[in-house]
Design a protein around this ligand. Structure first.
Ligand SMILES: [Zn+2]
Length: 377
């Protein structure tokens, strides 16, 4: 972790004072990842703790510079910060850029590397805010970027068209927004998680009207969920009844898979890297704990069990067996198609977006709202 030394920028020399109690830290070390837009992206969070003494801290601007950049790669003003800062993560507060004293806020940062450039080795984060005496706080936090490639894996589903929902790059999506706080430790286990919902060739997610639909009417229901790589089944569960569509399951007791996943499979890829497949169809789980599987092997079928109100596959990659200890890891699928973008509202409402002609993509992370086509074999 890097720790910021913050100083107050003087509005007049006489008012100059040191302020070393604002603490800005980096969450998980960022890893650059190629997105479905053909660009390299770096997603991470800054944790900002306002001092116990003094007034509230209002965040005003964040600029992020690469190692040789003169122009910032990211420049968030007050409006942008308003939607990117979650103040008081311990009490799970909504969005807003005022950090109350003695509380910690999380700022989601998404850096897009200019076309044709390599990912920077480090990023300088310049954070400004107004503090107790209306002074401007200037922080300068250097974040090292890991120079390693993200995990490359095969498709998680056999064939079909899918919307990448709640997916990477959307700072307000439920996955990147689900922050865990344990003492001083803040983790984001679902940073790059995706909910895959099936689409037909016309971009619709359900056959017939949504309100009257059964699970079987949802295009993705029953699709083959497969191993993204060779590995060992670390954990699996079956026997949980699928929810009817639009059922509201209520808040789960924790983010651990037994509380949220319904029928699920955890595939261990080596080391502590775990791949989560959740909400599988009751009676479909085809593997047992301890079993070795090969890439492409059937694990189960897409369902609607657990903390879900519509048939989808929750897919995530983390660095620990326990969610409470895990950080979400970026990953790329080695080969798939992208057919434009859509939204769940469109796909399940009256205005479905017709998929565009397919573009072949290699080694990329499907971004939020991308329409993805996975290979049949
Ligand atoms: Zn999910």
């Amino acid at each position: 972790m890097c720790v910021l030394t913050a100083i107050l920028e003087p509005s007049a020399p006489a008012q100059r004072q040191e302020l070393d109690t604002i603490d800005v830290r980096l969450g998980a070390a960022p890893v650059p990842v190629e997105g479905t837009d053909g660009r390299t992206h770096i997603g991470y969070e800054l944790h900002v703790t306002a001092p116990a003494q003094g007034g509230d801290l209002q965040l005003e601007r964040l600029e992020v510079f690469g190692e040789r950049e003169v122009e910032p790669l990211v420049s968030y003003g007050p409006d942008e910060l308003e939607g990117r800062v979650r103040p008081d993560v311990e009490r799970n507060a909504r969005y807003g850029r005022v950090v109350r004293r003695d509380t910690t806020a999380v700022v989601n940062v998404w850096v897009t590397v200019p076309q044709g450039r390599r990912a920077p080795r480090f990023l300088c984060n310049e954070l400004r805010g107004s503090g107790a005496g209306k002074e401007t706080v200037v922080g300068d936090l250097r974040v090292n970027v890991r120079q390693r490639a993200p995990l490359v894996m095969g498709p998680p589903l056999r064939g079909g068209l899918w919307i990448s929902h709640n997916g990477p790059g959307d700072h307000r999506a439920a996955h990147w927004g689900s922050v865990l706080v344990k003492g001083r430790r803040i983790t984001v286990p679902q940073r790059f998680a995706i909910d895959f919902l099936g689409l037909d060739a016309t971009g619709r997610g359900v056959r017939g009207p949504l309100q009257d639909s059964s699970n079987a009417d949802w295009v993705g229901f029953g699709a083959e969920v497969i191993a993204v790589a060779d590995g060992v089944i670390r954990e699996s569960r079956d026997g949980v009844v699928d929810n009817p569509p639009l059922f509201e399951p209520g808040p789960p007791a924790s983010l651990e898979l037994p509380a949220t996943g319904g029928n699920y499979v955890v595939l261990q890829l080596g080391g502590k890297t775990m791949v989560h497949y959740a909400h599988l169809q009751q009676g479909s789980v085809a593997v047992r704990t301890g079993q070795r599987v090969r890439r492409g092997q059937l694990l189960g079928r897409l369902g609607n069990s657990g903390n879900t109100n519509g048939a989808h596959l929750h897919f995530n990659v983390v660095d620990d067996a326990l969610i409470a200890n895990a950080e979400g890891l970026p990953y790329v699928f080695d080969s798939f198609e992208v057919l434009g973008t859509t939204t769940v509202d469109a796909a399940f409402g009256d205005a479905a977006t017709y998929p565009s002609p397919p573009a072949q993509v290699r080694r990329a992370l499907p971004f939020n709202s991308a329409i993805v086509g996975f290979p049949r074999n």
